[in-house]
Design a protein. Structure first.
Lengths: 87, 218
């Protein structure tokens, strides 16, 4: 069973790489990618610690509801662990 | 001589070329803030002897020389060599380096198209693209329209590219949001069993590796 997660629905200022259209949406971990320097610090030339990064798979029905072209098509995106909550 | 045209006066406005086409506006708008910033930083680096103009030109030439032919060679190898394909799908960066492609620090993931799955690549936040393997991205890849519609209505976008997939095909869109770059391993076309790796590479288009196209059929 793939691990279920939800993207945190936060709206912090500054450079973040969790797209707004995925915030608050639920998906499953497709694969872990290892740890990468946190772009939220890196973008400002700050020393950025490494954070675990995951590929998360969402169903189009979860993202777009009734208006999804095909509910079972999927979207994968890379989301940092501190943007995810386990379900 | 263009100005000898008998139908109008010599001092006509220059709205149309002699062949009747509108002139394109000159590209001489003032520099943007970021263009000035780039020039200033480049000139400082040269002044302080950190890089030479020749090195900058050489690097631009390296970037311009990369083309989708590199990616096509990787795809053709994967079609021809099942063990290589397994390695490509497990670690696309290592498999590309194995073929001699310098892909730098690129973290590459290959996603495979099959009879039942079609993959499409987009970067909604900016224009992430596997440049080291495919060269510079096409202009449309960077447009707001492609970036927003590819995640919202990928099937409609694909139809506009001439790819009309049945509802039974699962579409997987990949939004390149952070550190990974993606290349689609297109499905090998039918009727190519006897083709050499070099012949197969000719069937692999740039769009096939973005997912907005399919490999050519011979």
């Amino acid at each position: 069973m793939a691990e279920r997660v939800r993207v945190r629905a936060m709206m912090p200022p500054g450079h973040v790489r969790a797209p707004v259209y995925l915030r608050g949406k639920e998906g499953v971990i497709e694969r872990p990618l290892g740890a990468f320097h946190n772009p939220e610090q890196l973008a400002y030339g700050l020393s950025a610690e490494k954070k675990p990064l995951y590929r998360v798979r969402f169903r189009m029905a979860e993202l777009w509801g009734e208006t999804a072209e095909n509910p079972n098509d999927t979207l994968d995106a890379e989301i940092y662990e501190h943007w995810l909550e386990r379900l | 001589m263009p100005h000898d045209h008998p139908d109008h006066a010599h001092d006509h406005d220059h709205g149309l070329s002699p062949s009747g086409h509108p002139y394109r506006a000159d590209n001489d708008e003032p520099l943007t803030y970021w263009q000035r910033m780039e020039i200033a930083v480049r000139e400082l680096l040269i002044e302080k002897a950190r890089v030479s103009p020749a090195e900058i030109t050489a690097q631009i030439e390296v970037m311009d020389a990369r083309s989708p032919a590199n990616g096509a060679a990787v795809v053709a190898r994967a079609w021809s060599d099942p063990a290589f394909k397994t390695r490509l799908l497990a670690d696309a960066g290592a498999a590309s380096r194995e073929m001699g492609f310098d892909i730098g620090p690129l973290n590459l993931i290959a996603v495979e198209n099959t009879d039942s799955v079609h993959n499409l690549i987009v970067c909604t936040l900016c224009s992430c693209y596997p440049r080291n393997l495919l060269g510079l991205p096409p202009d449309w890849y960077k447009t707001r329209e492609y970036r927003s519609r590819a995640v919202r209505e990928p099937r409609a976008v694909l139809r506009e590219f001439g790819v009309d997939l049945p509802e039974s095909t699962r579409i997987r869109v990949h939004d390149s949001t952070a550190d990974m770059r993606y290349i689609v391993l297109p499905a090998r076309p039918a009727g190519t069993d006897k083709m050499t790796e070099a012949e197969l590479a000719d069937l692999v288009t740039r769009d096939a590796m973005i997912g907005t196209g399919l490999a050519r059929t011979p």
